[in-house]
Design a protein around this ligand. Structure first.
Ligand code: PMP
Ligand code: GLN
Length: 381
């Protein structure tokens, strides 16, 4: 049987958001922030909408935005990028991922994905005619298992998808882990799709190292970013792909038939955002870090087992020993209905759905929202 999208259920993010709406629950499921949108960017978009243009922008994206992507990556992650040849604007990281996987995979290729893995990777890999091969990270440290990585490589392995910082674990990969991946890529002639949408959301003074910054694999890495995360504007769906021109050329050809271009007013506003001073990005990190601490403390006081997280919007609670002996999905649904707080069951980040012990909370919300959510959970447990 060949794979068809009919085999795939509705994304868990939509499923839980619908249930949250239906139950009037606080939605700590799907990852979207609250009250962090930079007003300057909204004003810039309003102005651009008033002034136009309103027709198709360049397929590659507005030059000002492509330049801003390159400048921002240089300023924060030390990357040297030729904006004319190496940057493509897409409608969100989701499109960037699909374009990249459709462009770079061939029938029968194998692609390593690291579980727990974001839900769009495997379906697109399959639809590209390739096979996702999984390697699992394990709590509490979520270290990359070097032996397991070596073991899954075959002569069909073509690519690794690396989500760093990682949703849903909040893990930031170490330089040692990235170097290991780079060595593996060189030894086996692989490419990498580096989903780095949370690159600016790293806490406690930790530092994000882009896979693209490792010089020996500079021409083998596709780096993907998203304005949704860096500017708390998830509904805008502005993403960017950065790669050596030989990798970017086929991705651009996929992009021309998947989507072609992205609304110009939003591109202009994102260009302004990427040029914000360092203080904006620092403020965002500090704000999210405080929200993280608030939620972690609150959930622990409510009796949940939650681990620390170094990055992203997310914290995981271990509900493996809940008295109802429920799996994560049943637990999430019941908590949404009874406590009025929605989460994401982590099993949906596994191909086999067999890890049923954790639920994911999004902490990127205002203090009031987090406090109310915690109070509801405390009354419920
Ligand atoms: N990759 C990861 C790891 C994500 O968490 C998300 C979503 N939020 C995306 C990609 C998709 O990003 P976008 O909303 O820009 O399409
Ligand atoms: N990336 C977001 C999350 O992990 C959801 C994106 C979506 O809803 N498709 O929650």
């Amino acid at each position: 049987a060949h794979p068809v999208f009919e085999d795939i259920g509705t994304s868990i993010f939509e499923v839980m958001s619908r249930l949250a709406t239906e139950c009037k629950a606080i939605n700590l499921g799907q990852g979207f922030p609250e009250a962090l949108e930079p007003q300057e960017m909204i004003e810039a978009a309003r102005q651009a909408l008033a002034d136009g243009p309103h027709q198709y922008p360049s397929m590659m994206g507005l030059p000002t935005l492509r330049q801003a992507v390159a400048e921002n990556a240089r300023r924060f992650f030390g990357l040297e990028i030729d904006w004319e040849q190496e940057v493509l604007i897409t409608s969100g990281a989701t499109e960037a991922l699909a374009d990249s996987l459709f462009a770079l995979l061939q029938q029968g290729d194998e692609v390593i994905i690291i579980e727990p893995a974001y839900d769009s990777y495997a379906p697109i890999i399959r639809r590209a005619g390739a096979l996702p091969v999984t390697v699992r990270l394990r709590p509490p440290h979520w270290h990359l298992p070097f032996d397991a990585m070596r073991d899954v490589i075959s002569n069909k392995t073509r690519a690794i998808v690396l989500n760093n910082p990682m949703n849903p674990t909040g893990k930031v990969f170490t330089l040692e882990e990235l170097r290991f991946i780079a060595d593996l890529m060189l030894e086996h002639d692989l490419i990498a799709i580096a989903d780095e949408v949370y690159d600016h959301l790293v806490f406690d003074g930790m530092c994000h190292i882009s896979l693209l910054s490792l010089p020996e694999i500079r021409d083998r890495v596709v780096r993907i970013g998203s304005a949704g995360k860096s500017f708390s504007l998830t509904g805008w769906k502005v993403g960017y792909v950065t790669a050596d021109k030989r990798l970017l050329a086929p991705i651009m050809r996929a992009h021309q038939y998947v989507n072609f271009s992205t609304p110009p007013a939003l591109q202009a506003a994102v260009a302004a955002g990427l040029r914000f001073p360092d203080s904006y990005f620092e403020g965002l990190r500090n704000n999210l870090q405080a929200r993280r601490d608030l939620l972690l403390d609150g959930l622990r006081n409510a009796g949940l087992k939650v681990a620390n997280v170094a990055a992203t919007y997310f914290a995981l609670a271990d509900i493996g020993d809940n008295p109802f002996e429920e799996d994560d999905f049943a637990f999430s649904q019941r908590m949404t209905r009874e406590a009025g707080v929605a989460t994401i069951p982590m099993s949906f980040f596994y191909e086999n759905r067999d890890v049923i012990s954790h639920v994911r909370f999004c902490f990127a919300k205002q203090a009031d929202t987090l406090e109310e959510a915690v109070a509801r959970i405390r009354n419920w447990t």
